[in-house]
Write a protein that binds this ligand. Structure first.
Ligand code: PEP
Ligand code: MN
Length: 473
C-alpha cells in the first residue's frame, strides 16, 4: 500500500504559506484535493486559540509528513465488522478514557485498559451469542471540547486535552501549543505499538481472558454475584475445547481484532493525518480506525460535519436528548448518503431520565428512511452530576440508561447494537455505586481522571455481566 500524504513540508513552502500571516487553519490547502480543506471556510467550534500561527503551520507540516498510525485496509475491515452490527449480527463495545494524558500513557495503564475491554468483550460475546467488535478510546483520545473557554475555579484557560495544553493549573501550562499535536501523534504511535503486540500474542487468548474473569468473580465481593454466568461461560469454553478449538490461540488468524478511536475534534490534526490511498483513491483519516463527532460539534453547517463527511472511516456521532429526529436524519444523510452499512454509528447519550422518551422518535425516523446505522448507547455523558464540586456519575444511572436503550429497541424491533463507555483498567473511585458501593466520601480516594469520571475495572466488568443478562433476556 502506498499513500499520498497531504501537503508535505516542501509543498507548504511552494504554496508560499511560510511567510503569509494566516488565521487558524486558514490556508493550508491541498491543491490536488481541495474538497478536503473546505472545512476551513466554515465555522469550527471548539478549536484552540493557537497563539502562534507559524508554529501551527510547522506542526501541521510535520504531522503531514509522518507515517499514518493505521492503514486503510484495517479501516475497511472495521466498516465491515460494523456492518455486521448494523445488521444485528454483532455487538459493538467501545470504551476507554474520557481524556488520555501523556503522563498516563504507560505500559501498565495500556495493558490494564486493554485487559478490561477484552474481559468485557468475552462476557458480552457470551451474552449476545454474536461476535463483539472491540473499539478502544485509545491511542489518540487527546482533545476535549469544553463548556467554557475559561475555567471558573481557577480563572485560567480551560484544559482542552494533552494535544492542546497541559492540565496543570498554571497559565504557562494552559497556553495552547500546536506542537502538542505532534507529541499526541508520537504517544499514540507508542500506545498502538504495544496494543498491536498484545493483540497478537498469547495475552489476548480466550483462555487467558477467561482466567482474568474467573479471578474477578472469585476474588471480589462485586464479582461473586456473577458466579453463575462465569460457570456457564466456563462450560461453553470446555465444550469448544472438546470440539477441538484451540482456546490458547486468539483467533484463526492468530490475533484478536482491537480497533482504535477518538473524537475527531482538532481538525488540523485529523486533516494532517488524512491520506489518499494511491491504489484506490480512497480518502482515509489514518489517525485511528473510527472517528466520532461530539455532541458539541455536530452542527450540520459546521466544519466537523464537513470534514468528516469526506473521509471514508466509520464515523460515530453523539446524539444528546435535544437532538430532533429530523436533525438526526439529516446527520445520517450527510455522513452516509449512500447508505453504506457500518459507515455511521449513532451514539445516543440521553441520560437515564430522557432515553425512554427522547430516543424512540429518533430511531423510528432514521429507520423509516432505511439508514443502516449502528445504534450504540453512551450511558455516561447524559448522567454526569456534581457532588460538592466533584464531577461524578452513579453506576445505577449508567445501568438504567442502558436498560432504557434496550427497552426502546425491543419495542421498535431494532437492534441495540452497542455500548460506548468511559472506563479505566485501574481501581479508581470516580463513579459512585457498583458492587464496591463507592460512596460520596470515597470519591477523594483515587480520583485521577483528567476530564470525566470513568468506571473502574470492577464497575466495567459488572456492567458487562449485567448487559450480558439483558442481551439474553
Ligand atoms: C466524550 O465522549 O468524552 C464527550 C465529550 O462526549 P459528548 O460529545 O457526547 O458530550
Ligand atoms: Mn467524556
Amino acid at each position: 500500500e502506498t499513500f499520498a500524504a497531504g501537503p508535505y513540508p516542501g509543498r507548504v513552502s511552494e504554496l508560499g504559506l511560510d511567510s503569509a500571516p494566516v488565521a487558524t487553519g486558514q490556508a493550508l490547502t491541498d491543491q490536488a484535493h481541495p474538497e478536503l480543506d473546505l472545512w476551513r471556510t466554515l465555522p469550527a467550534k471548539q478549536q484552540p486559540n493557537w497563539p502562534d500561527q507559524a508554529a501551527l503551520r510547522g506542526a501541521y507540516a510535520e504531522l503531514s509528513a509522518l507515517p499514518p498510525l493505521v492503514i486503510a485496509p484495517e479501516v475497511r475491515s472495521l466498516t465491515e465488522r460494523l456492518a455486521d452490527v448494523a445488521r444485528g449480527e454483532a455487538f459493538l463495545l467501545q470504551g476507554g478514557d474520557c481524556a488520555e494524558t501523556f503522563a498516563a500513557n504507560t505500559a501498565n495503564n495500556i495493558r490494564d485498559k486493554v485487559k478490561t475491554l477484552l474481559q468485557m468483550a468475552v462476557v458480552l460475546t457470551y451474552g449476545a451469542s454474536t461476535p463483539v467488535v472491540k473499539v478502544a478510546r485509545i491511542a489518540g483520545q487527546y482533545a476535549k471540547p469544553r463548556s467554557a473557554d475559561i475555567e471558573t475555579s481557577t480563572g485560567l484557560p480551560s484544559y482542552r486535552g494533552d494535544a492542546v495544553n497541559g492540565l496543570e493549573a498554571t497559565l504557562a501550562a494552559r497556553l495552547p501549543d500546536p506542537y502538542r499535536m505532534v507529541s499526541a501523534y508520537h504517544h499514540s504511535a507508542a500506545a498502538l505499538n504495544l496494543i498491536r503486540a498484545f493483540a497478537t500474542g498469547g495475552f489476548s487468548s480466550l483462555s487467558q481472558v477467561h482466567e482474568w474473569n474467573k479471578a474477578f468473580v472469585r476474588d471480589s465481593a462485586a464479582g461473586r454475584r456473577y458466579e453463575l454466568m462465569a460457570t456457564d461461560i466456563e462450560r461453553a469454553l470446555a465444550f469448544m475445547a472438546a470440539c477441538g478449538i484451540d482456546l490458547d490461540r486468539t483467533s484463526e488468524l492468530g490475533g484478536v481484532e482491537l480497533y482504535t478511536s477518538h473524537e475527531g475534534l482538532l481538525l488540523d490534526y485529523e486533516r494532517a493525518l488524512t491520506r489518499v490511498e494511491e491504489s484506490t483513491g480512497q480518502v482515509c483519516d489514518l489517525s485511528a480506525h473510527m472517528i466520532w463527532i461530539g455532541e458539541r460539534t455536530r452542527d450540520l453547517d459546521g466544519a466537523h460535519m464537513e470534514f468528516l463527511s469526506r473521509v471514508t472511516n466509520p464515523i460515530g456521532c453523539k446524539i444528546g436528548p435535544k437532538a430532533s429526529p429530523d436533525e438526526v436524519l439529516a446527520i445520517a444523510e450527510r455522513i452516509n448518503p449512500e447508505h453504506i452499512p457500518g459507515r455511521l454509528t449513532l451514539i445516543s447519550r440521553m441520560g437515564t431520565g430522557r432515553v425512554r422518551d427522547a430516543l424512540p422518535a429518533v430511531v423510528e425516523k432514521v429507520n423509516a428512511a432505511g439508514h443502516p446505522v449502528v445504534w450504540a448507547c453512551d450511558p455516561m455523558h447524559g448522567n454526569t452530576r456534581d457532588v460538592g464540586g466533584v464531577k461524578t456519575r452513579h453506576f445505577d444511572d449508567v445501568l438504567d440508561e442502558v436498560l432504557g436503550f434496550f427497552e426502546v429497541h425491543k419495542d421498535l424491533g431494532t437492534h441495540p447494537g452497542g455500548l460506548h463507555i468511559e472506563l479505566t483498567g485501574e481501581d479508581v473511585t470516580e463513579c459512585l455505586g457498583g458492587g464496591q458501593e463507592i460512596g460520596e466520601a470515597d470519591l477523594g480516594g483515587r480520583y485521577e481522571t483528567a476530564c470525566d469520571p470513568r468506571l473502574n475495572t470492577s464497575q466495567a466488568l459488572e456492567l458487562a455481566f449485567l448487559v450480558a443478562e439483558m442481551l439474553q433476556a
